[in-house]
Design a protein around this ligand. Structure first.
Ligand code: PRT
Ligand code: MG
Length: 230
């Protein structure tokens, strides 16, 4: 029996991914948040997980070094998802991709005047598509982190970044001026692996789908429950 490898990213989505996998009957033998091992066996024979940087997950799955993976839609859009199946929205890692500027900067008027704006982002590909779809020409500046600093330091007029609570923007006196899209994490699958290892891969994908559905039903039920209390 060949091994099925699932690529996970360390960092914030791992905390939400592990319970989902556990509900699907897949538990790493060691806690990946504690272990320094990058390849971990699981309780399920023939299933292993690898722990990667978030932006490397699509690359591993695309080349078949991992069969399945969990990646944010933000990462998939930026990487390009040609050659990857995306059968499931996992409903985790939810946030929004937005355009933000310093409070008080008149973004709308600057756009109307046709001012050529500088926009800093880790997501230059997605940002370019967003602005060109609106017929806007902006100069994009590629950053690898701490986007929120760019407008404060005078590097850019705006940033394209992820927002969840909004606390980071607030702490840096930035405001959302455009919503680009909602983001969540997706299951991605190598198409060749699905063909060649279907007998092993399909039951895993089905189990993860059932876990997502159960989590969604749980969330809906608790929302209804909270509503009922009012
Ligand atoms: O950190 P590293 O450079 O290694 O990789 P990474 O930043 O890609 O990984 P990680 O673990 O930080 O994020 C992985 C994935 O989590 C992303 O690809 C998203 O799909 C998802 N996600 C969900 C988020 C957020 N919410 C989020 N809020 N990723 C990042 N953020 C950041 C955001 O960039 C901003 O700096 O959190 C800050 C804003 O948070 P709030 O709560 O203050 O609004
Ligand atoms: Mg990060």
């Amino acid at each position: 029996m060949s091994t099925i490898t699932i690529a996970l990213s360390k960092g914030r989505i791992l905390d939400e991914t592990l319970p989902l996998l556990a509900a699907a009957g897949i538990t790493p033998v060691e806690d990946p948040r504690e272990s320094r091992k990058l390849i971990l066996a699981t309780n399920r024979p023939g299933v292993a997980v690898v722990i990667l940087r978030a932006s490397d997950v699509p690359t591993y799955v695309e080349y078949g070094a991992a069969d399945l993976g969990v990646a944010g839609k933000d990462v998939l859009l930026e990487h390009g998802s040609e050659g990857l199946y995306q059968p499931l929205d996992l409903g985790i890692g939810r946030c929004r991709l937005v355009v933000a500027t310093q409070r008080g900067f008149d973004w709308a008027t600057s756009i109307q005047r046709g001012a050529r704006m500088r926009v800093a982002s880790k997501y230059v590909r997605t940002a370019r598509e967003h602005f060109s779809a609106k017929g806007m020409h902006v100069d994009l500046i590629k950053l690898y982190g701490s986007m929120e600093l760019a407008p404060l330091a005078g590097l850019a007029d705006a940033i394209v970044d992820l927002v969840s609570t909004g606390n980071t923007l607030k702490a840096n006196d930035l405001v959302v001026v455009e919503e680009i899209m909602p983001i969540s994490s997706r299951l991605i699958v190598n198409p060749a692996a699905l063909k060649l290892k279907r007998g092993q891969a399909k039951p895993l994908i089905d189990a993860i789908a059932a876990a997502v559905e159960a989590a969604g039903a749980g969330a809906a039920a608790s929302a209804a429950g909270a509503g009922g209390l009012r």
